[in-house]
Design a protein around this ligand. Structure first.
Ligand code: NAP
Length: 292
């Protein structure tokens, strides 16, 4: 069994990005600049944004954090998005989700200039990804693809089962695993209404779990020699930790790992890759790799 080390892979990629950034700057080019908009004081969002700013430093990017209280109106937030769209010093930006209930998230996502949409959530990027055109691919699926590639996991012609059909993980993951230029696999997507989910999982050469149900995937659901990617990150109470919680994946790791050829841990698997892929997208934005 090979443990897929997302933390180490992310560190390697960030070092590669920094090297490229310093070369670009030395040649007179512009240092990539990521802006992050954070609304309110949600603990999870604060942590994610803080880690994104730290990752920018590690990659040699400029970063700007824009904060608003959670009583900001939708119009005010849209006006901020519009300013960032037209600010030439900003190469890419994100609006950290979730947003307060009174703000229409989809409206905000669609207001972002798709050429600066480094989260890859704008319908233009989602659509271009679905038909295999150059675009910003959302960070979590891109991180998983990158791990599979860097660990030389064979995907072409293999059976891939994805648990979960969210817009940010399950659906784009299925699109990418299906496409010839990426996974080139035979893909099945299961969700909360799927019948025979266990039997589907048992057929999987590559099983990607993204449902947010701690320990859902047990050993009896996994084929001998399978590759298991655990996207789940649920906070479960843990009195032994200073924070009072620990992160739990969707896979019952201890019993599943011995059956696998490759498996990602939680934490330290997919999670660190997600922020790293945001950095890669920001580098692409700075280089105008996909759009002029
Ligand atoms: P989500 O929007 O809540 O979607 C969950 C999906 O799982 C839905 O499609 C749901 O089915 C399905 N599901 C729920 N319970 C199920 C069950 N018992 N059997 C089969 N399917 C079930 O979640 P998400 O945003 O995709 O996130 C999923 C997990 O990944 C969460 O733990 C999240 O924290 C984590 N995550 C981690 C990263 C990272 O960087 N590591 C990034 C994003 C998300 P229905 O569609 O039928 O409701």
């Amino acid at each position: 069994m090979v443990l897929i080390d997302g933390k180490a892979t992310a560190a390697t990629i960030k070092a590669e990005i920094k090297e490229e950034v310093e070369r670009i700057v030395a040649e007179g080019g512009k240092r990539p600049h990521l802006a992050a908009v954070l609304v309110g004081h949600d603990g999870g969002s604060e942590t994610y944004v803080k880690n994104k700013v730290l990752a920018c430093e590690a990659c040699g990017f400029e970063s700007t954090l824009i904060r608003y209280e959670d009583d900001i109106t939708e119009e005010e937030l849209l006006s901020c998005v519009s300013k960032l769209n037209s600010d030439d010093s900003i190469d890419g930006f994100i609006v950290q989700l979730p947003l307060p209930k009174h703000i229409d998230e989809q409206r905000v996502i669609e207001a972002i200039d798709y050429r600066k949409d480094v989260d890859g959530f704008h319908p233009i990027n989602v659509g271009r990804m679905a038909i295999g055109l150059p675009c910003f691919i959302s960070a979590t699926p891109l991180g998983i693809l990158t791990l599979l590639k860097r660990y030389n996991v064979e995907t072409s012609g293999r059976k891939c089962v994805i648990l979960g059909r969210s817009n940010i993980v399950g659906k784009p993951m299925a699109q990418l695993m299906m496409q010839k230029q990426y996974g080139d696999a035979t893909v099945t997507v299961c969700h909360s209404r799927s019948r025979g989910l266990k039997e589907e999982c048992q057929q999987a050469d590559i099983l990607i779990a993204a449902i947010g149900r701690p320990g859902f995937v047990t050993a009896d659901m996994v084929k001998e020699g399978a590759t298991v990617i655990d996207v789940g990150t649920t906070r479960v109470p843990d009195a032994s930790r200073k924070s009072g919680f620990r992160l739990s994946g969707d896979v019952a790791f201890d019993e599943v790992a011995p059956k696998c050829s490759f498996i990602t841990p939680v934490p330290g698997g997919v999670g660190p890759m997600t922020i790293c892929m945001l950095m890669l997208n920001t580098l692409s934005a700075g280089k105008h790799e996909f759009y002029q």
